[in-house]
Design a protein around this ligand. Structure first.
Ligand code: GLU
Length: 493
């Protein structure tokens, strides 16, 4: 029987949730889901100077927005809790005490000055090992006890076994990575102020929480051999590691504020769809088959595997994210688009009031022409605005008027269009009939098709970039469409 998968995302609440952290969270979540496992959220708040409750809240909110539901962690609880490191200090103390009792850890009284002097001496004699010289490793228990009783400050160090040899890590992304055990000095697991170090707390937690795969950024790869020492000292099974590559900006440098928005919140506020955002981030270092780009959440949650994580750093490309966002919007059905994007944006833009009632077919018809022109949600209001104007309130864009109407013969075009359209009664005022009525005009007037339709478009919509004419005019209605042409007549030559 294989062990059930248990993975965790363990952000430190020292800031907002960033793109890199979000991707780590997505991979852990997807891996758990794809393997019928458990996804744990743990708050690594042991750095009291930089961790805040507010940041924790921001991270939880970002996780919820991303749709990454966790099975154990803050707000949902679980059997392996508590899920914040500051609430687990007793567990770290217990674990450290046990290692100490078993002779796998020992107190060290060396002052920072002594450590510095040792380092200096090692440097002077060109010793390749410049770490801790193990001065306190062989102190007798009695001596240690009496110095502690006398109030001397001390740290707790792990005793790396003399015969440990190389530490080989089996990393699902990087393969076998070997670290020279000589480089692993007897590192500190508890500080003199009674707080555990990251390498210790993390391993105690991962061991107690039964974590089976540690999926995290490769900035932690160098910590891993030390963490393996802690697992071994604790007698706990070492999980599989998967260290994922960095995310770079377009200039090849590590992604940072310089490259623009880096926090999940900023993308939420800019109007990105969480599904599109998750899809895009998932592809930064993982692929389904090397070519599929639109991978819905359900597919990710079914197909994600560590084998398809790339070793190479990924480049964050805001343009591709925009493309993905537009793609998700474009793939929505009209009703969903109308409810989730268009109507909220129209309300936000003041074009529609919350209580306004619309005919459902009318809204769907509007959604059908607005959706393909919406890359970001806010575009919806801009595209739909002409429909909500009236002949009195429509604002004609100056450049469009210059290009579309202030041309010899455009007055005649509008006259002909008005005549052709007036022939339709209210009942025949449909997109098809409108298009059919306008269709013969270029030939009749012996004018370029582009110029004719451009003129009508500017007259009715006020600009040159609006959706298809027939559909738009059908939505505007007969009376107002004709009134607009009439008013625009005054602008045309
Ligand atoms: N709190 C650590 C971080 O945010 C977690 C590291 C880990 O996953 O072990 O980098």
């Amino acid at each position: 029987m294989t062990t059930p998968v248990r993975v965790r995302f363990a952000p430190s609440p020292t800031g907002k949730l960033h793109i890199g952290g979000a991707r780590t969270a997505i991979y852990n979540w997807a891996f758990a889901r794809a393997n019928g496992g458990t996804f744990i959220l743990r708050i690594d708040d042991t750095d009291p100077t930089r961790s805040t409750d507010e940041n924790t809240q921001v991270i939880l909110r970002a996780m919820r927005w991303l749709g990454l539901d966790w099975d154990e962690g803050p707000e949902v609880g679980g059997d392996a809790g508590p899920y914040a490191q500051t609430e687990r200090l007793d567990l770290y103390r217990e674990a450290a005490q046990r290692l100490w009792d078993e002779g796998r850890a020992y107190p060290c009284f060396c002052t920072p000055e002594m450590l510095e002097a040792d380092r200096e001496a090692a440097r002077a004699r060109k010793d390749p090992f410049q770490g801790y010289q193990r001065r306190c490793r062989n102190l007798s228990r009695e001596e240690a006890r009496s110095r502690i009783d006398a109030g001397e400050p001390y740290v707790l160090r792990i005793k790396v076994p003399d015969d440990r040899g190389d530490v080989v890590i089996h990393d699902a992304v990087h393969g076998e990575v070997t670290f020279d055990a000589k480089e692993l000095d007897d590192f500190v697991i508890f500080r003199s102020d009674g707080t555990p170090t990251y390498n210790f707390a993390t391993v105690v937690d991962d061991a107690l929480m039964g974590i089976t795969q540690v999926i995290r950024g490769d900035d932690h790869l160098s910590n891993t051999p030390r963490q393996v020492m802690v697992y071994e000292a604790l007698g706990a099974p070492v999980p599989t590691f998967a260290h994922i590559s960095m995310i770079l900006g377009a200039d090849g440098k590590k992604l940072s504020k310089r490259h623009g928005a880096t926090s999940v919140e900023e993308y939420r506020d800019a109007g990105y769809l969480p599904d599109a955002f998750v899809n895009y981030l998932a592809l930064l270092g993982w692929s389904l088959d090397g070519e599929t780009t639109v991978i819905p959440r359900e597919v990710l949650a079914r197909e994600f595997s560590l084998e398809r994580i790339s070793k190479n750093p990924a480049t964050f490309d805001p343009k591709k994210l925009d493309w993905m966002n537009a793609e998700y919007i474009n793939r929505m059905d009209d009703a969903t688009f109308a409810d989730e994007i268009m109507l909220p944006e129209l309300i936000e833009a003041g074009l529609v009031d919350v209580g306004d009632e619309f005919d459902e077919t009318w809204v769907d018809a509007l959604a059908r022409i607005v959706r393909p022109r919406t890359k970001m949600p806010a575009d919806a209001a801009r595209v739909a605005a002409p429909v909500f104007a009236t002949a009195e309130t429509l604002v004609w864009d100056e450049a469009s008027v210059r290009k579309g109407l202030e041309r010899e013969g455009m007055g005649a075009v509008l006259d002909a269009a008005a005549a052709a359209l007036s022939a339709l009664d209210d009942a025949s005022w449909t997109a098809e009939r409108i298009d059919a009525a306008l269709e013969p005009l270029p030939e009749e007037l012996d004018m370029k098709k582009r110029l004719v339709f451009q003129a009508v478009r500017v007259a009715v919509c006020g600009n040159l970039v609006s959706p298809p004419l027939g559909e738009t005019m059908a939505l505007i209605g007969r009376g107002d469409s004709l009134a607009r042409i009439e008013r625009a007549r005054g602008l045309a030559l």
